[in-house]
Design a protein around this ligand. Sequence first.
Ligand code: C5P
Length: 296
Amino acid sequence: MPAKLNVVLSVGPRRADGFHDLATLFHAVSLYDTVDAAPADELSVTMQGPYGAHVGVDRNNLAVRAARALAAHAGVSPAARLSVRKDIPVAAGLAGGSADAAGVLLACDALWQLGLPGDELAAIAATLGSDVPFALTGGSAVGTGRGDILRAVPAAAMHWVLAVADGGLSTPEVYRRLDALREDDPEDSVAPPDVGAGALAALAAGDAEALGRVLHNDLQDAALELRPELRRALRAGDALGLVGSIVSGSGPTVAFLARDAAHAAEAAAGLGVLEVCADAVAATGPARTEISARAT
Ligand code: C5P
């Protein structure tokens, strides 16, 4: 299950239900969590991998909630031994938790032989989180509504470097900070969210330099207020000749766009030397969700 970036994240005003209408260009990248569902008499979940210890496995765990939501929808018992290998950093703005939830929906749909159509899985996914429907498929898509209404879009390969920060950021807190920033500046009326034609054209054409110029995230200033040290990471991209930089989703991961795969690998090493982040990894998009049958 791939991580995601928001190449463009345009946030409208806060709605009555507390969410914000969005227009976002989702782009899945090749950094994966792996979800496995095995037969069992009851529901259990274990988390492994580099970031496994960062996630609690109580009732609120998104993987557990996904299994329960699917079982309730299908009228079956939520019996499965779930294991999640977490290579996607937690609370990083990369939708790792959403990837796990989507992975559980797909794995349990197969384990329990439900064969639910994609639109039913997407409807359950939307009850679990705004990014979970996109995580079911990956690729590249425009998301509207809360981010849960999707339209797949053409995308050529893009090469990124992800600068992973120490510690996470709370998505609700970043949205609250955005609302506060906007209240402080009432003159600055909030425009309806829009992805913009430029980003769609550049992504479809594989024009990294053009895409780099139009990367945009309305949550970026709010994330930078909460984590000012990210400014240093953002600036480091210029020194390495990267063609664009952006805070990913609600942060704190910073994503840089490279000219090609070799440039991304070189820049990942360069960011490590500059010590502006805890870890730097190269990743390629658009990445797809991959499903395989259990060997046993
Ligand atoms: O849907 P998800 O659980 O990812 O959302 C986490 C939080 O992010 C929400 O509780 C809300 O505060 C904020 N959010 C928002 N508008 C969106 C998506 C998320 O305000 N479209």
